[in-house]
Design a protein around this ligand. Sequence first.
Ligand SMILES: Cc1cc2nc3c(=O)[nH]c(=O)nc-3n(C[C@H](O)[C@H](O)[C@H](O)COP(=O)(O)OP(=O)(O)OC[C@H]3O[C@@H](n4cnc5c(N)ncnc54)[C@H](O)[C@@H]3O)c2cc1C
Length: 485
Amino acid sequence: MNSENQTANRGEALDAAIAGGGLAGIATALLLAEAGLKVLLLEKKPLLGGRASSYLDARTGERVDECQHGTLRCCTYLADLLQRLGIERQIRYFDAMQFVDARGVHSEIRGSFLPPPFHTAPSFLRFRALGLADKASIGRAMVQLMRARPAEWQDRESVANWFVRTRQTERSVSCFWRPVLVSACNEEPEAISCTHAFKVFRDAFLATRTGFHFGVPAMPLASLWHEPSLHALRQHGAEVRNRATISALEVENGQICGIRMKNGELVRAAHYVSALQQDLLLRLLPAETTTDTAFWERAGGIDTVPILGVHLWFDKPIQCPPALALLERRMEWVFNRGALYGKPEDEPAFLSLVVSASRSYADKSREEIVQIALEDVQAALPEAKNAKLVRHAVVHWPRATISPCPGVDALRPGPQTPLDNLVLAGEWTRTGWPSTMEGAVRSGHAAARFLLKKLGMPAPRAVSELQRGMLAKLLLGRETDSPGE
Ligand SMILES: Cc1cc2nc3c(=O)[nH]c(=O)nc-3n(C[C@H](O)[C@H](O)[C@H](O)COP(=O)(O)OP(=O)(O)OC[C@H]3O[C@@H](n4cnc5c(N)ncnc54)[C@H](O)[C@@H]3O)c2cc1C
C-alpha cells in the first residue's frame, strides 16, 4: 500500500465516506472534517484534484496539466477553498483580459476609475477588434443584461437566440460574446441557456469592479491541489486513500450499506457522499435502484461536452502574454506556461492551447491537431515562426463538463437523494453555476451543509459574494445566491 494510503482512523467507525477526490470531494471532506466528523476520502487516481489535475510526463518526470484551467475573481467559493488550504497566492490574477484578432491587432478589457457596471466601458470603447456598430449592439444588450432579473424564460432560451432578438452583429458575437461565453461555459451559444450566459456577464463584468479578473494557477494543477489538500485534510483528522478504486455502491433497504472497493474490501460509514461524475455514479449504483426512478433518470439525461488541450514545447523563447484569447482562430486561448510559472524570459517557450466545446476535433488525428495549433500560434505570435517545435502533447477530454443548455438546471439535483444516507456533490449538481471549479466547490459546500444540518450540527457559513458597489446594486439588484440549496 502506498504511504499516502496509511490511515489515521482505521478500525474506528466512520461518519462519512466520500467517493471521488476532485474539488467537490476535497471541499466536502474538508468541511465535514473541520466540523468534527470522522471522514474518509476515496480517490482512484494517485493524486487528488480530479479533472483539475496533471499527469506525470514520462520523459521529464514533470507534472503537466491535463488541460490549462482558469478562473475569475467572482468565483468566491473557489477562493475560499484556496484560502482554507493556504494556497490563495498560487493563483495569479490579471486585471486585464487580452485578445488578439485575425489581423494580429491586440485589444483588452480592463477596469477604470468608473464605478461598476461601467468600469470596463472605456477599454470596451477602445476594443480594436470591434467596430462602432458592433459596440452599439453590445451596449444595447448590456443594458438589457443589467435589467434582467432571474426569470423562468432565461432557462428555456439559448443565448444565441437572445443575440438574434437583441440584434447583435455577427462580429460582436464572433469577437466578443462567443470567446467569453464558450470558454466560461464550455458550450456553443446555441446550447447555452440565457440563465448561465447572463450569470457570467453579470457576475464577472457588471456587478463588481474585479469580478472579471482572470486567474491562472502559478504551478501545475496537481501541485496546487494534491499536497495542500492532503495536508489540510489530515490536519483535521480525515483519512485519504489514493489509488482506491470503487467498484460499487451497495444498497440495502433504501440505504447505502457500503462502498465496495476494487480489491473486494467493503467500506462502511454512517453517511456517504458521492462526488463522482453523474454517469460514473449511475454505473456504480445497482441498476434496480436507478431504473424507473425520475430522480436518477433526470441525472442520466444531463449531456456532457468535450474540451481539447494542446501543449507545445519550443526550442526558443517566444514573447506571449501569460493568457491570450485568440479571436477568429481555431484554437481559442494560448497560455504562456513559463510566464505563469515565473520562469526566466530567456527559457524556451512552453505554450498551452485550449479549445472549448471541441466536438469538431473528435475525429482529427493528433498530428492534424498539432498542425492547427502550430499554425494558429505562428499567426498570432510572429516570433513563433523562428522557433522549432520540439515536443507536443494533445489531451482530449470527451466528457469534460456538463452542457449548460436550456433546461439543464431542471435536471441537476441538489444534495438530497432518494437514498436516505447518500448525499450528492459534484459540479454537475444544482449549483447555479456552469460546470467549473467554482461549481465543484459550491457543490461541496451544499453537500456538507446538507449533511451537517441533517445531523443537527452547525453548518459552515456561506461564502460572501464580491461586494457590489452602490450603482451596481441600484442597476443590477442585490440578488446573491447560495450554493445548491
Ligand atoms: C479539460 C478540462 C478543462 C477545464 N477547464 C476549466 C477551467 O478552465 N476552469 C474551470 O473552472 N473549470 C474547468 N474545467 C471543469 C473543472 O475541472 C470541473 O468542473 C471540476 O474539476 C469538477 O470537479 P468535481 O470534483 O465535481 O469532479 P471530478 O474532478 O471529476 O472528481 C471526481 C473524482 O472521482 C474520481 N473517481 C472516478 N471514478 C472513481 C472510482 N470508481 N473510484 C474512486 N474514485 C473515482 C475521479 O478520479 C475524480 O478525481 C475543465 C475540465 C476539463 C476536463
